[in-house]
Design a protein around this ligand. Structure first.
Ligand code: NAD
Ligand code: UDX
Length: 463
């Protein structure tokens, strides 16, 4: 099938960047990204590219090139479904907050809504692509909904999980380690797989495009995230042991990372991983394992989350303990609120939980993040429902300037590894703080010798 029209349901952190890159690399294909959230779509259509809703290095230029040519953002979901030959589903699949599987299983209500809408609208044969991260065997449910429309339309369902990481989404999409496409083993399934392979082959070398059956593809995505998060929890577990023994976790990470079987990436000890994916996907994996009665498998993976929660909690308790067991009415400056650098995304950021603990101890938190607004910070805290919104608003001071944020503070906590933090005039910051001036480096980005020579009491994760 020659593809000329693609649509993507969901204009979020995955749908937006992924479709922008497909449109840039395939000028012969019209790509429509649709979403129910009119505000988000309006932001994607904003003439000023600084205002597109997702901050990713390099994304503004790609949107600027393709938008209006063959890339369109719209709220007209039904029209886009009707026109498209390939429909990507890229809606959110958060952890369930109600009913069976609450707090563990993926909430598939948005996925099912999409399937029902496609079933209702489609008048000709379509390829439906699962781009969202889904529990293994979800394609079965989607297929059942689509095949029961009775209107004779033939659907092929493919799984094509996305492996981009936020902050590096554009380079990950332009130069992916692999593209994974799972489909039916039938002739029609194989034909659908080939159609999607041909789209990616416009810029991805074919030896990097891996095809599998649907279930392997769905499960590979959950497995990849579980393995990545496991590495972080593993090094974070060692970071606590390093602190007790005089070993330095950076040295340990380097030493083990030089073993080619282990490799150097994803061994950075931190205040804990955040982001919308790792916790959600591991909880989902744990739920799936339990639902098959595989309790040892479930417990094994759950430990990755338990360790991560411990890492966040011990970071905040250490701040309280070091500041003479009380932070009441003390100003503690947070450098960073995003869950990692180069993104404005704050979902599950460690900063939220550390702030929550410290506010419970009556601290005042002064936050500076180059890409996160006060509104977002307060929304993140309110979502926890630990206290009244008014109390969060009183406890959080927000600043547009890191030097202002640090003035009069008892301590600075580094929560995100933004590059600019390393470049600051730390002497100036020291001079403006209460003494002794403490720095708790949750990201291991500052230089201990320099910080100590200025006069800071410096503590970093894992040393
Ligand atoms: P997101 O919340 O940023 O975006 C999802 C969008 O879908 C929202 O804008 C929402 O309004 C829209 N939506 C929901 N239901 C809809 C419907 N019925 N019709 C139209 N629009 C609808 O989520 P995201 O971060 O882009 O994640 C999407 C999926 O991709 C998830 O399954 C996630 O696990 C997966 N994923 C995310 C990342 C990441 O880095 N964020 C990476 C890989 C995979
Ligand atoms: C992750 C996966 O990397 C990506 O493949 C998948 O598609 C979505 O989930 P993302 O969550 O966007 O991507 O960012 P990632 O770079 O994986 O970082 C996740 C969290 O782990 C961040 O809070 C980061 O700071 C933390 N991290 C990462 C560490 O603490 N140490 C590390 O060594 C690496």
């Amino acid at each position: 099938m020659k593809i000329t029209k693609i649509c993507c349901i969901g204009a979020g952190y995955v749908g937006g960047p992924t479709m922008a890159v497909i449109a840039q690399k395939c000028p012969h294909i019209q790509v429509k990204v649709v979403d129910l959230n009119a505000e988000r779509i309006a932001a994607w259509n904003d003439e000023d590219l600084n205002n597109i809703p997702i901050y990713e290095p390099g994304l503004d230029a790609i949107v600027g090139e393709a938008r209006g040519r063959n890339l369109f953002f719209s709220t007209e979901v039904e029209k886009a479904i009707d026109e498209a030959q390939i429909i990507f589903i890229s809606v959110n699949t958060p952890t369930k907050t109600y009913g069976k599987g609450k707090g563990m299983a993926a909430d598939l209500k948005y996925i099912e809504l999409c399937a029902r809408q496609i079933a209702k609208i489609a008048k000709d044969d379509k390829i439906v692509v699962e781009k969202s991260t889904l529990p293994v065997r979800t394609a079965e449910a989607i297929k059942s909904i689509l095949d029961n429309t009775g209107n004779g339309v033939q659907f092929q369902i493919l799984s094509n999980p996305e492996f981009l990481a936020e902050g590096t989404a554009v380079s990950d999409l332009l130069n992916p380690d692999r593209i994974l496409i799972g489909g039916d083993t039938t002739a029609e399934g194989q034909e659908a797989i080939q159609t999607l392979v041909d789209v990616y082959a416009n810029w991805v070398p074919t030896d990097k495009i891996l095809t599998t059956n649907v279930w392997s593809s769905e499960l590979s995505k959950l497995t990849a995230n579980a393995f990545l998060a496991q590495r972080i929890s593993s090094i974070n577990a060692m970071s606590e042991l390093c602190e007790k023994t005089g070993a330095d976790v950076n040295e340990v990470a380097k030493a083990i990372g030089m073993d080619s079987r282990i490799g150097p990436k994803f061994l950075k000890a931190s205040v804990g991983f955040g982001g919308s994916c790792f916790q959600k996907d591991i909880l989902n994996l744990v739920y799936i394992a339990k639902s098959y009665g595989l309790n040892e498998v479930a417990d094994y993976w759950e430990q990755v989350i338990i360790m991560n929660d411990h890492q966040k909690r011990r970071f905040s308790s250490n701040i309280v303990q070091t500041l003479y067991n009380t932070v009441s009415d003390k100003k503690i400056t947070f450098l960073g609120w995003a869950f990692k650098k180069d993104t404005n995304d704050t979902r599950e950021s460690a900063a939220i939980y550390v702030a929550d603990d410290l506010i419970n101890e009556n601290a005042k938190i002064a936050v500076y993040d180059p890409k996160v607004s006060r509104k977002k910070i307060l929304a993140d805290l309110d979502y926890l429902e630990s206290r009244k919104a008014e109390d969060n608003a009183n406890a959080i001071l927000s600043f547009e300037d890191p030097y202002e944020a640090s003035k009069g503070a008892h301590a600075i906590a580094v929560l995100t590894e933004w590059d600019e933090f390393v470049q600051y005039d730390w002497q100036r910051i020291y001079d403006s703080m209460q003494k002794p001036a403490f720095v708790f480096d949750g990201r291991n980005i500052l230089n201990r010798a320099e910080m100590e020579s200025i006069g800071f009491v410096y503590q970093a994760i894992g040393s």
